[in-house]
Write a protein that binds this ligand. Structure first.
Ligand code: G4P
Length: 509
């Protein structure tokens, strides 16, 4: 097998509580990456305790940070990128999904498609990310299989192709039938877990045999091309908790999920086979360890073979940096990477030189596209409790906007800076991180603006517009001009009066 085809970089998308954490644990266990179930959560908790803002995550029982987990099985390296499950973090999640080649969608068998499943699915569809479906918790009473399959098909406008079938659910649960082999994996012992018992000549209850018969004519057969185009999803039934369907899921990712895909750049697609090392930063996480002000930029490798100590040039900077201590994310620990290849994620420690959306490359000729900033839906003025802390505040806002936690706007007139977010929870994270990490106490006040638009146009036209609209003008972190609007109506009014200017709701870096 070629080196390139043995990488699978994927994410799990789901609504909170569907079983993503449990499934992640079981995937890592099967991959031999961790030794004890529960370790993912335990480690997560140890990490969470480290700083105040992460307490929000704990209190609400949601996952705010995303991380990278690497495991191996059968000669394949799997890179699992965790996506935050809360709807307020759509920006962060969106960016993480730009860095994967496929996704696993976890659905609770009792609940079917839930709002967050649908949203995340839409993001995957926008980027043609192929999806494998895992219908979880069949060890409990759930909805009828046909109704679940039809719901996935209707709600998401996808063809569904069942690959396995539960033999009963809840109290009646007797195992999972593999539709290709006809084998049934059986529960054992008091815990009714799957411990390896496979029945190769099972006698199926009559109603199950009928269902399977119906399913085989009612749904299309699996077709790898349709799956990879994002037109069809293979569906596996299972129980993450009891370990049913987990091995089958890993096998499916190994067998069907695409290896690293070409990525869009300003000069067309960059293929993974290109020998130059290229990649892009999809996430920056600061202060993972409050003792050291470290910032880790997560880079998705697009092409080439990275070797430790290599010099890469960030698109934002123009000056090459030597990457001496890159980090690979094995589940037990962070490991120093010696080499990495297309599809891999490496963590690059830095002091704020690397930003979300940056391209890194050996020759500085490539610029990846499609990592957007979205127009914020909530704008707030930042008011300091102690006015002597202006410098610290500026540093904190710059840092946090580089990380993608918030967007910051510096108005042309007035000293009060404005932060913009897509969801309310981001504001809470901001306030508690300001305090915990920068010792800055701040209050967020309503701003007289509703939304922001990035301005583009000829320098003369921009200047004329700016002269007449000073109170509505700001600069973003990059110094690019931004129109702060009182309402959506305000945006369309100005756009109509100034056809020579573009008012962008998205800024692509
Ligand atoms: P999430 O990351 O998607 O939010 O879900 P998580 O894995 O934390 O699972 C949510 C709840 O569902 C947990 O129960 C978990 O044990 C349970 N669960 C996950 N997979 C299965 C399954 O296959 N079958 C059954 N019966 N339950 C499953 P909890 O009581 O909320 O949490 P915990 O205290 O048990 O950890």
């Amino acid at each position: 097998m070629s080196q390139l085809s043995n990488r699978r970089t994927f994410a799990i998308i789901s609504h909170p509580d569907a079983g993503k954490t449990t499934l992640t644990e079981k995937l890592l266990l099967q991959g031999g990456a961790i030794h004890l179930a529960g370790e993912v959560k335990a480690r997560g908790q140890a990490r969470r305790a480290r700083s105040d803002w992460m307490k929000i995550e704990q209190q609400r029982g949601i996952s705010v940070t995303s991380s990278v987990m690497t495991f191996e099985r059968g000669g394949i390296t799997f890179n699992l990128l965790d996506t935050p499950g809360h709807e307020d973090f759509s920006e962060d999640t969106y960016r993480t999904l730009t860095a994967v080649d496929s996704a696993v969608m976890v659905i609770d068998a009792a609940k079917g498609i839930e709002p967050q499943t649908r949203k995340l699915f839409e993001v995957c569809r926008m980027r043609s990310v192929p999806i494998i479906t895992f219908i979880n918790k069949v060890d409990r009473e759930g909805r009828e299989c046909f109704s679940l399959l039809d719901e996935v098909a209707d709600a998401l406008a996808l063809d569904v192709s069942p690959m396995s079938w539960p033999v009963g659910m809840g109290g009646q649960f007797q195992g999972i039938l593999d539709l290709a082999t006809g084998h049934v994996s059986r529960p054992e012992g008091d815990s009714r877990e799957f411990l390896g018992k496979i029945d190769i000549d099972p006698e199926l209850p009559v109603e199950v045999a009928e269902e399977v018969e119906l399913a085989s004519v009612g749904y299309p057969a699996f077709d790898i091309e349709a799956y990879r185009h994002g037109d069809l999803t293979p569906v596996y039934f299972g129980s993450a908790l009891k370990n049913f369907g987990v091995a089958e899921l890993i096998d499916a990712i190994a067998k069907y999920a695409p290896p690293p895909r070409p990525q869009p750049s300003e000069a067309g697609e960059i293929a993974p086979e290109r020998d130059e090392v290229t990649g892009f930063v999809f996430k920056v996480q600061a202060n993972m360890d409050p003792q050291h002000r470290d910032r880790i930029a997560f880079m998705r490798m697009v092409s080439g073979t990275f070797k430790r100590g290599m010099k890469l040039t960030p698109s934002g900077l123009g000056k090459p940096i030597a990457v001496h201590s890159p980090i690979l994310f094995f589940a037990q620990d962070r490991e120093i990477a010696d080499t990495a290849q297309a599809g891999d994620i490496i963590g690059i420690p830095n002091h704020g030189t690397l930003r979300v959306g940056d391209t890194l490359s050996e020759r500085n000729e490539v610029r990846f596209t499609g990592l957007p900033n979205f127009a914020p839906e909530i704008l707030r003025r930042v008011q300091l409790k102690d006015p002597t802390k202006t410098k610290q505040l500026r540093k904190a806002l710059d840092d946090l906007s580089e990380e993608g936690v918030i967007q910051v706007f510096y108005p042309e007139i007035g000293a009060q800076w404005i932060v913009g977010v897509v969801g309310q929870l981001q504001l809470e994270v901001l306030v508690s991180r300001l305090e915990a990490e920068y010792k800055v106490e701040a209050v967020l006040e309503p701003a007289p603006f509703d939304t922001a638009r990035w301005l583009k146009g000829a320098p003369d036209a921009l200047k004329t517009f700016a002269d007449f609209n000073k109170t509505n003008l700001a600069r973003d972190r990059d110094g690019d001009p931004v129109f702060l609007a009182r309402s959506a109506w305000d945006v369309s009014y100005q756009q109509e009066r100034h056809p020579e200017l573009a008012f962008g709701a998205v800024k692509e870096r």
